[in-house]
Ligand binder design. Structure first.
Ligand code: ARG
Length: 273
């Protein structure tokens, strides 16, 4: 009697263990990001990290608004983020060749890019561009760029903005492969002016108060843009990151990160439409 009670208790424990194990498997299969509780799927991310305050290298580490936001989104969505400073062109090429899962680099969501990439919902509104120049030239608006040497980062919307004024492939335009090289060219006098995203231009002036760089805005010509996370076309991750973004906007984490980098409240309504 005693023995058989023990036996049936053993059977009960064994079968519950089996049941639990089965549930575990089912749960794992349901989990489309592939994490099995302790091992998260690693997503490979490229960026061009001379674009403060969005992405830059500080003491050998990638940091900035984009970097922190993407890490928080990855955390929320259950992925591990492996971000490398690939440079701009290699970031896009890496998405094309499927070596990279994500491009996070203050990338403006725009029509022609949507042909090649999927984008997350917008995560930042950039209020157009600033024209930067040293105090030996005078620029009142974009028209004044016409007779000057203008530096831009190759393949960016700032480059398009400058070209929309001075003409495509004008010999007066110098295109640099990174935002940092564009700023250097302006500082060294290789170019008279530079055109770049307003928040990045403002950050540059703030960080380099002795550089004698002035700025002017041309709201007539240069309209606001929205940044998105770039994915491979048809990527399975877009949905998870969109969901994570709306969660972080709702639970205040997005605002926390935003305030840390921009020292002001985010305009959340502008991201909605
Ligand atoms: N927002 C602009 C664009 O998408 C410039 C982005 C440049 N980003 C960078 N990390 N250098 O074209």
């Amino acid at each position: 009697m005693k023995v058989s009670f023990k036996k049936s208790l053993f059977a009960l424990v064994a079968s519950s263990a089996l049941l639990l194990a089965a549930c575990g498997t089912a749960q794992k299969d349901n989990n489309k990001n592939g994490s099995n509780g302790n091992e998260k799927k690693v997503l490979h991310v490229g960026t061009e990290a001379t674009f403060p305050p969005f992405e830059f290298v500080d003491k050998g580490e990638l940091t900035g608004f984009d970097v922190e936001l993407l890490n928080a989104l990855g955390e929320e969505a259950g992925y591990k983020i492996d971000m490398k400073n690939t440079g701009w062109d290699s970031m896009l090429a890496g998405l094309d060749s499927k070596d990279l899962d994500i491009g996070m680099s203050g990338i403006t969501i725009k029509k022609d890019r949507l042909k090649s990439y999927d984008f997350s919902d917008p995560y930042y509104e950039s209020e157009g561009f600033l024209i930067l120049f040293k105090d030996n030239v005078e620029i009142k608006n974009a028209e004044d760029l016409k007779n000057l040497k203008v530096g831009v980062q190759n393949g960016t919307t700032g480059a398009e903005a400058a070209e929309s004024v001075v003409g495509q492939n004008s010999k007066n335009i110098s295109k640099y492969e990174s935002s940092g090289l564009m700023f250097q060219a302006l500082l060294s006098g290789s170019v008279d002016a530079a055109v770049t995203d307003k928040p990045v231009a403002e950050e540059y002036i703030k960080q380099n108060p002795d550089s004698n760089i002035k700025s002017v805005e041309d709201k007539e010509r240069f309209k606001p843009e929205y940044y998105g996370i770039a994915f491979q076309k048809g990527s399975p991750y877009k949905e998870d990151f969109d969901k994570a973004l709306s969660t972080l906007i709702e639970n205040g984490k997005y605002t926390e990160i935003y305030k840390k980098w921009f020292d002001e409240e985010p305009k959340l309504d502008s991201l909605k439409d």
